[in-house]
Design a binder for this molecule. Structure first.
Ligand code: MG
Length: 343
C-alpha cells in the first residue's frame, strides 16, 4: 500500500535575496513523503511569487489525493495519470514525481538518474547566482562565488544599475557571466540597448529580459539581439515550448514550473528538437529538490542549481559541493536523506 505524508515548512535565507520584482528573506515549501514496501521516497514543492501557485491550494490538492488504492510502485504510470487528472498545482506534482522516482529507485536498487541517462555520474559544474544589491552586497556575493565556474547576475531595467553592477563584477572576476532580468525591462528598445551593451562586455546570455506577455517584442528582440536569450518565466511547461520556441535561443527548465523530472525530461526532448539551448534551473528550494534536479544534469548545456546554498535551516542532505561542482551520491534513489535532527 502506498502511503502519502506531507507537511509545510518555511526555509530561511542567509541574506535578503532581491530580483527585479521583489526581495525576500525566505520561501514557503511543502515536503512530501511516500512510503511503500518499507522504503520512503522524498519530494519537495517550492512556491516562488511569480508562479501564482499558492501553498494553501497545493496542500488542499495533496490532502484530496487517495494513493492508498495503489498497491506498489509498479503502478508508477497509473499513479502519474491519476495525479494529472487534477489541474494546476505543479509544485505539488513535482514533489510527488520526485517521491515516486525516489521510491522506485530505492525499491529497484537504481539511482534515479539511470532512468533518464546511461552516462555515469560526474561532477556537475553549476553557476552561482548573485541577487540585486549595493556594492558591499555584490562584493560579499562574489566572495561566495569564488569556487564556482560560472556566475549568473540578477539585473533590472535600470541602465545605471546594469552598467555599474557589471563593471564592478568584471573588475573583480574574469569568469563567464550570464544575466537574468526576471522580466525587468519595460520595452524591447531599451532591452536591445542593454543586451547590445552586455554583449560588448562579453556576457554570454540574457535570461527573460521582458515580461512574458510581450510576445511580439520578444520576437523582434530575438531577431535583433546578438546576445542569446533564454526564456524562463515565459516557458513553464511543454506546451510553452511548442508555442514559444521561436522567441528564444534557449530555455530554463525547472522542476517546479513543469511538474517534475518526468515532465522536464519530455521538455528536454522537445527543446532539442527545436534546437534550443538547455539550462537546468531551480527556485529557492532546499537540497531535496536541488538533488532531484541534479539527476537530470547530464542532459543540459548549462546548470544553475544553487538555490539551496542560501538556506540556513535545510532538513535534508543530498548533493555535496566541491569546487563549484555538485556531486550526487551513488546510492539508490534520488540521493537525499532526511537529517537525523529532522526525523
Ligand atoms: Mg530566471
Amino acid at each position: 500500500m502506498m502511503q502519502l505524508k506531507f507537511y509545510p515548512y518555511d526555509l530561511r535565507f542567509d541574506e535578503v535575496f532581491a530580483v527585479s520584482a521583489n526581495a525576500r528573506t525566505g520561501t514557503e515549501i511543502i515536503y512530501v513523503e511516500l512510503t511503500s514496501d518499507g522504503q520512503v521516497g522524498y519530494g519537495e514543492a517550492s512556491f516562488p511569487p511569480y508562479m501564482k501557485e499558492k501553498r494553501s491550494a497545493n496542500l488542499d490538492f495533496l490532502a484530496g489525493l487517495n494513493l492508498e488504492s495503489f498497491n506498489s510502485i509498479d503502478a508508477f504510470e497509473e499513479i502519474r495519470i491519476y495525479i494529472n487528472t487534477f489541474s494546476n498545482c505543479l509544485p505539488a506534482k513535482a514533489a510527488l514525481d520526485m517521491a515516486l522516482l525516489d521510491l522506485k529507485g530505492k525499491i529497484s536498487n537504481s539511482p534515479v538518474r539511470s532512468f533518464f541517462t546511461n552516462e555515469t555520474a560526474k561532477p556537475i559544474p553549476t553557476s552561482f547566482t548573485i541577487g540585486i544589491g549595493d556594492d558591499a552586497f555584490l562584493m560579499r556575493q562574489l566572495k561566495k562565488a569564488e569556487a564556482f565556474p560560472f556566475i549568473k547576475i540578477k539585473l533590472n531595467g535600470d541602465v545605471n544599475y546594469v552598467k555599474h553592477a557589471i563593471t564592478l563584477i568584471k573588475s573583480t572576476t574574469q569568469k563567464p557571466l550570464g544575466v537574468d532580468f526576471n522580466q525587468g525591462i519595460a520595452n524591447s528598445i531599451l532591452a536591445l540597448e542593454l543586451l547590445d551593451w552586455l554583449h560588448g562586455q562579453g556576457v554570454q546570455y540574457a535570461e527573460q529580459p521582458l515580461p512574458e506577455i510581450l510576445i511580439a517584442d520578444f520576437a523582434w528582440l530575438k531577431e535583433n539581439s546578438l546576445l542569446p536569450i533564454f526564456g524562463d518565466e515565459s516557458i513553464q511547461t511543454i506546451e510553452d515550448i511548442e508555442s514559444k520556441h521561436h522567441l528564444f535561443d534557449g530555455v530554463n527548465i525547472k522542476l517546479m514550473k513543469c511538474g517534475g523530472l518526468t515532465d522536464a525530461y519530455q521538455m528536454v526532448k522537445l527543446a532539442r528538437h527545436y534546437n534550443l539551448q538547455l539550462m537546468l534551473g531551480c527556485m529557492a528550494e532546499s537540497v531535496c529538490a536541488i538533488t532531484a534536479a541534479a539527476n537530470l544534469a547530464n542532459l543540459f548545456d548549462k546548470v544553475d542549481l544553487d538555490g539551496h546554498l542560501m538556506m540556513t535551516n535545510d532538513l535534508f542532505t543530498g548533493v555535496t559541493l566541491e569546487n563549484g561542482h555538485l556531486l550526487l551520491s551513488t546510492a539508490p534513489g534520488m540521493g537525499v536523506e532526511k537529517k537525523l535532527s529532522a526525523l
